[in-house]
Ligand binder design. Structure first.
Ligand SMILES: NC(=O)CC[C@H](N)C(=O)O
Length: 223
């Protein structure tokens, strides 16, 4: 399984994602500059965290027009696995691969913390190595992680089990229904505010993020 990590001007978690794929999976992984449009050789695409285009205008609002995004949309339509982490989640919402939007945190502060999450649905390509209801810890670091969607969208997300992660006790950003991560209707595009690549071995404080990567690999092998 070959992974691409799309890198935008201002990305700062791209190399952490490369290390996570190498260290957890030992799978081939390359960074792909945002001007590249050929993603044919890759089976999965990671949109990493950071401050693409300096967060100007709105997080992800400019990166969504980068040339690579047309290919990311095409890859998602083909059924390839796409995961957007933090700024990557923001870009996925801006480009329309995921519903809703990420707004400024309700307290208007940039928040770094390691909140507890609940795995709401372990029956997806990104979570199959977890148990539904499992409580895990994965760090966050963002200023605009306040996920918002309208009532009807929330109802659809709930009914189709598209909410994969919720903040357990304390909601660090005011997100609707405590949402920390959602999947698209087809089940192959995940956006999440917490950073699984920062929780892959115990010395990081938590290794709970590793199962996202192992789930993706196992899902791909089973296909
Ligand atoms: N860690 C990140 O990817 C941060 C995303 C974005 N710059 C924000 O502050 O919300």
């Amino acid at each position: 399984m070959r992974f691409a990590v799309a890198t935008f001007p201002g990305s700062n978690c791209d190399l952490d994602c490369v290390h996570a794929v190498e260290d957890v999976l030992g799978a081939p992984v390359s960074t792909v500059w945002h001007q590249q449009t050929d993603l044919d050789e890759f089976d999965a695409i990671i949109l990493p965290g950071g401050f693409s285009y300096g967060d100007y205008l709105r997080t992800g609002a400019l990166a969504r027009f980068s040339p690579v995004m047309e290919s990311v949309v095409a890859a998602a339509k083909q059924g390839k696995l796409v995961i957007g982490i933090c700024n990557g989640f923001q870009i996925l919402c801006e480009v329309g691969l995921l519903p809703g939007a990420l707004m400024a945190n309700d307290h208007l502060q940039f928040r770094c913390a390691t909140p507890e999450l609940v795995v709401e649905n372990a029956d997806t390509p990104f979570t199959q190595d977890y148990q539904s209801g499992e409580q895990i810890q994965i760090p966050i670091a963002h200023g605009e992680g306040n996920y918002y969607c309208d009532e009807q969208t929330l109802q659809e997300l709930e009914e189709n089990r598209q909410i994969l992660f919720r903040y357990n006790s304390e909601n660090p950003n005011g997100s609707t229904a405590g949402i920390a991560g959602i999947i698209n209707r087809a089940g192959n595009v995940l956006g999440m505010m917490p950073h699984p690549e920062r929780a892959i071995v115990d010395w990081m404080g938590s290794a709970d993020g590793a199962k996202i990567f192992t789930s993706m690999l196992r899902n791909w092998e089973e296909r």
